[in-house]
Design a protein around this ligand. Sequence first.
Ligand code: ZN
Length: 308
Amino acid sequence: MIRKGVIISALGDSYKVALREDDSSGSASKKEYICKPRGVFRAKDITPYCGDNVLFDDIDDNTAVITEVLKRKNEIIRPPLANLDQIVFVISTCEPSPNILLLDKFLAVAEHKGIASVIVFTKTDKCPADEYADIYRGVYPVLCVDNTRTADNEGVDALKAILKDKFSAFTGNSGAGKSSLLNNICPGLNLQTNEISRKLGRGKHTTRRVDIYKLDCGGYIADTPGFSTFETSRYDMIMKDELADCFPDFAPYLGKCRFQDCSHTKEQGCAVIEAVKDGKVSKSRHDSYCKMYEEAKAIKPWEIKPRT
Ligand code: ZN
């Protein structure tokens, strides 16, 4: 019988598929199946990802064959995840202090892929987050979390509400306390983040394993490695002409510059630069934009690789 499910675990050529709650193919006694992809996928260069909505044909109570991967609304390559609702960036306010340019690059990539972003600043018990949080407030949801608090943790409660019924990936700088945060959100999870990171996409010869976890409050989360291995710029080059659209804080000013081909980096009569001067757009964000624009100028169209 053909059923509808979502891939919740991927290990090599084997997938764990959870029956979707909207599957109406009958009263299923079992909720999860171990599936193999249909042989033809390889020939067609289709690789099912965690988060993929699939149709599968159950062979018996335990095993099934994925017959079709349904259209994705978005995807990231490292780690391979499909249909994300949001990426949660976990950033420490100190020890180490944040690399704002790197964060802005990842935010732009998420924007380019049509994935919403949430920023969580950690270690607020050690350094206040305001200096950084102010850059992003009004642009993205910003939460501040003290991971040392286990009870009455406002930041954690607010994050839980944001995660509810969504599929969210977590990433961040190393040392930001991502695993503590995940364990705080979902105490039953007992994530061994380092172990998972180690298994994720470190070189061709390592087994790539990706798991996503169901939250008690509804929704799924995927743990991903830190910034160092999360995606690679090769797959995520943003052309210079598309870059301004990846900064949602620039949106009210685009199309209002004196020159139609304004790069928003140094031109006279640039509405974005005016907004920076007026304090409506953060200078830090514009600085990141200018650096990224310089890098994007060096990209040749043929360097943009399609997904492989
Ligand atoms: Zn401009």
